[in-house]
Design a protein. Sequence first.
Length: 566
Amino acid sequence: MDIEEKISKDFVRQIIEADTAAGKNDGRVQTRFPPEPNGYLHIGHAKAICLDFEIANEFAGQCYLRFDDTNPEKEDIEYVEAIKEDLRWLGYSWDGRLSYASDYFSKLYDLAIHLIREGKAYVDSLSSEEIRLLRGTLKDPGKNSPYRDRSTEENLALFAEMASGVFEEGEHVLRAKIDMTSPNINLRDPTLYRIRKVSHQRTGDKWCIYPMYDFAHTLSDALEGTTHSLCTLEFEDHRPLYEWFLENLPVANKPRQIEFSRLNLMFTVMSKRKLSQLVDEGYVEGWNDPRMPTLSGIRRRGYTAASIKDFIGRVGVTKKDNTIELGSLENCLREELNEIAPRRFAVLRPLKVIIENYPEDKEEWLDASNHPNRPELGTRQIPFCKELYIESDDFREDPPRKFRRLSPGVEVRLRYGYIIKCESVIKDKSGKVVQLHCTYDSATQSGTEQGQRKVKGTIHWVSARHAICRDLHLYDRLFVAPNPDKGDGDFKQYINPDSLEILKNSMLEPSLENAKPDERFQFERQGYFMIDSEASEQTVFNRTVTLRDSWAKIERQAITQSTKKS
């Protein structure tokens, strides 16, 4: 089932379907995805991206990619290009429908002048702190600025001087004149323009005043031809201001704002400000660190675009804000990779095994299936010789009950190979087991008529003579708290100290020598892995996800506790 089928009946689509049936906008549908180029996109943005682009596709409409570049202090071309790459990776194209809020700066300036001429905007000379104090609270109404009743002529002159660079930052702002007693704080004379003497990435030094988000966003929608402005729930209280701009300015196109719940995930944070802190303070390598919830990070880790879209489809589109289990996202990936990822052997923490009764100079190439349920993927050959590596965890000198792997005097089967028996154990001076001496039964090769003898355990292995040595990065959740940004204190106190384990000199079967960065494999019994495309030195495999969700119980407990509190 694809994403369109999964969420075809959500309330957003029902609204748009009703609008088109009623002939609104002449039946035309146009959406937009309007990111700010001040950071990288994260998994939460994926929900908005899918909704904006899929709805445009479903209604034979258009979706614009529009960068809200109204804050040049924090914006960079690096973020613009990263956002474009993320959208392409998800499979969406804007087909030339690329725009920027800065494309409309001249028109926005003219519309601000229109509000001044209509007596609906004024230049305020209070400081930002004074404005904040007069704005009031959720319980108490605001108070008018002493500059609210400036004449139209004075406001026009001051605004022109603001644009000409006469004043310094913070000396004046342009505010809408609405209602300082409104119960909606967003209508208490919001700021429309502020002075910022900062060079803009696209317009250079042409402007030293920049429009505020609500003003620029609303009018960019209107000027661009947007019919349905899809926003997350935090913009619900901004909708009256959105509509006020449309009602009080001479724009023919009147978009409709519709809010839906944002995507929140357990064990992560979605605030770009907090993600930026993690980058700037060195808690992660960068925005594309595989532990980050950014699209570039999870792509580098090995997630697929299809699994992201599948997850978004399962979450659905609602008005109810909730937090989704991270395991739900991981399971979407597991389901996909289980079907498509070829199997390979990799020994993460090697322990050498010497088969005493196997000839020194002999080697065999054994047939191994590339996928247990997809015979069309064929087989590969894996080498077998006298010296092997097995997982150190697959041996116990003093095994617990029901331990079904190798221990002294016990037999196990080497997957696709022979049954071996541990005869003796070699230890170093500290008492650590460093080598096992075993014997094999030559009549028990797997897949042969003689090889049907049963033993309780089967383990994987690689030939020591043929193995390739690689570093593996085992990634885990970046935070140990289910909701790290909702507790008391600094969210960084919940960072998982074990979110990355680097294994040096893991041993992999030789067929992985020519693996490519876009290929994903299941390392049997270990998880799903992909080559790190950003590794600077040698080939490094990142673990994308484990075979099972070891955090599921923790997540269920967290959800239960949260439900009880609410």
